[in-house]
Design a protein around this ligand. Structure first.
Ligand SMILES: NC(=O)c1ccc[n+]([C@@H]2O[C@H](COP(=O)([O-])OP(=O)(O)OC[C@H]3O[C@@H](n4cnc5c(N)ncnc54)[C@H](O)[C@@H]3O)[C@@H](O)[C@H]2O)c1
Ligand SMILES: [Zn+2]
Length: 401
């Protein structure tokens, strides 16, 4: 029996070389006159944020440029950005950067619209209505935050990454211009790129929409696996297989940059409707404690979680193997599925992402606590194709250690 599924994205998605030049006209059409532009010092230093500033200024929009964005934003930095925005009283917010800056812009747009603290909205579907009109312009190719209904920040007091999920968080306008990511250093390209792959693989192998385990009376932005999600996830995986290595090896490979920009946005569309699962649930406590990048933590953990999920998703893993360029001809079901894990391990190694948690500063005595914390993030974990106990999660972490 088929159940109802739906698909959300940004209000308008503009993709391609030069897309960023349209930001002035699109903002004006949206009715914006005062825009709070959230970016960071690195992007200003490289002249990347200016590619957004000029067309906005030329359109006569009054801008406040806030350069306090930081990688993997923490609650204190988020609060600073909210204070600055409140003083400026914008009618729209623009996030320019990787997932970190775009997420901060989302938090600003929701707190300015609804008041309170970012902590009030942590969880699934807890935003009461529309947020300030939001424009997101990615400068990495990875998170898909430009189309997603999610934001993430770290609370230093609990060392946990906290996320908010709501379709109200989806930007009104997503401008994805591959040119913006050309200056990304190798590590940022690799980490954010494997995050895109993780989004697509977790969505493509998620629990089915028909059996998505939602307790009665609860609502969820994630819906489990469905036809439309599969379609975009498949293309995202193929693009990562074709272009991620190339983008890391040669940042000026423009075809690879464009392929990865598209992969990231498609991965974002897939996961933000279907869901992410155990890889992300495990990365939240790991990243919160050792401050690795989100993508590095995900990329490291991905093959270990795939191995755990394999019994539930053999057919899908065989497809993934082929899409990542491995051959499954003549192999039985298990061997074909295993090829997907090997292909991801090979890709992870080729782009320089570590294979063991001990290499990124995790201590063995932290593993149990990480498993307990990950298990508490049920809004994500319930998307996983196999149910996971604390013991299962700890076992995965021990293998990854
Ligand atoms: N909201 C979502 O849907 C979603 C999804 C996945 C991840 N995330 C979050 O996104 C964050 C990670 O984002 P990210 O991987 O895009 O990296 P990032 O935003 O943390 O950026 C990493 C670094 O790269 C620099 N950088 C970015 N673009 C550059 C460019 N073009 N040239 C030179 N330097 C550049 C930044 O200044 C920063 O120092 C995490 O906080 C993660 O939790 C959010
Ligand atoms: Zn992610």
């Amino acid at each position: 029996m088929r159940t109802v599924w739906r698909f959300h994205g940004a209000g308008e998605l503009v993709f391609g070389w030069g897309a960023v030049n349209e930001v002035g006209e699109l903002s004006t059409r949206m009715g914006a006159k005062r825009i709070f532009l959230l970016t960071d010092k690195t992007l200003l230093k490289f002249g990347i944020a200016q590619k957004v500033v000029s067309p906005l200024e030329n359109a006569g929009i009054t801008l406040e440029i806030f350069d306090g964005g930081e990688p993997e934003p923490t609650l204190p930095s988020v609060l600073k950005s909210i204070e600055a925005a409140k003083k400026f009283r914008p009618d729209a917010v623009c996030g320019v950067g990787g997932g970190s800056n775009m997420d901060m812009a989302k938090i600003v747009a929701k707190v300015l619209a609804h008041g309170g603290s970012p902590l009030d909205y942590v969880g699934d579907d807890r935003i009461p209505g529309p947020i300030l009109p939001l424009i997101c312009i990615p400068t990495t190719a990875g998170t898909g935050s430009e189309v997603s209904g999610a934001d993430v920040f770290t609370d230093p007091s609990t060392q946990l990454k906290l996320g908010s999920l709501s379709n109200y968080l989806r930007p009104k306008i997503a401008l994805v211009d591959p040119q913006m990511s050309v200056s990304c250093p190798k590590k940022v390209t690799a980490d954010s790129g494997i995050d895109a792959l993780t989004h697509a693989i977790e969505a493509f192998t998620a629990v089915d929409n028909e059996v998505f385990p939602l307790p009665p009376g609860q609502r969820s932005v994630y819906q489990g696996r469905h036809f439309f999600g599969d379609m975009v996830a498949e293309k995202a995986i193929k693009l990562c297989g074709e272009f991620l290595r190339r983008a890391v090896m040669d940042g000026n490979d423009l075809e690879a940059r464009e392929g990865m920009a598209l992969a990231a946005t498609l991965g974002g569309l897939a996961f933000s409707n279907v869901g992410v699962a155990a890889v992300h649930a495990l990365e939240y406590p790991v990243g919160g404690a050792v401050h690795c990048s989100h993508g590095e933590g995900n990329g490291l953990l991905l093959p270990y979680v795939m191995r755990f999920n394999l019994p539930a998703r053999k057919k899908e893993f065989a497809c993934i193997a082929n899409w990542l360029g491995a051959s499954t001809i003549g192999l039985d079901e298990d061997a074909a599925a295993n090829q997907a894990i090997e292909a991801v391990e090979k890709l992870r190694g080729d782009i320089g992402i570590p294979a063991k948690l001990s290499q990124i500063g995790v201590k063995e005595n932290q593993l149990h606590e990480f498993a307990v914390k990950a298990h508490s993030i049920q809004r994500i974990l319930r998307v996983n194709p196999r149910t996971t106990s604390v013991e299962d999660l700890e076992k995965i972490l021990r293998e990854a250690f």
